[in-house]
Design a binder for this molecule. Structure first.
Ligand SMILES: [Zn+2]
Length: 80
């Protein structure tokens, strides 16, 4: 699958704080806008610890204080 690089890549949370506080969950509408910064592929939620995982490269981005940290150097790669 080859998805063109979107103009809206800034919608990922990298380097910017949202205008509201999220303490427990990423809002669904925001979650749907997020993509892996490496692959620009959709993410799936993970628990224990909370994170979001790329469906393509399997990087897991941590969630801290309810915010996904979409930084490649903060991600860990899990086999599934
Ligand atoms: Zn990825």
């Amino acid at each position: 699958m080859n998805i063109p690089f979107p103009d809206c890549v800034e919608l990922s949370l990298a380097g910017q704080a949202p205008a509201y506080n999220v303490t427990t969950m990423i809002p669904e509408d925001l979650f749907e806008l997020m993509a892996c910064p490496v692959c620009i592929q959709p993410l799936v939620r993970k628990d224990n610890p909370e994170g979001v995982q790329c469906t393509q490269c399997h990087r897991v981005y941590p969630v801290r204080d309810g915010l996904a940290v979409m930084l490649v150097d903060q991600a860990t790669i899990e086999p599934s």
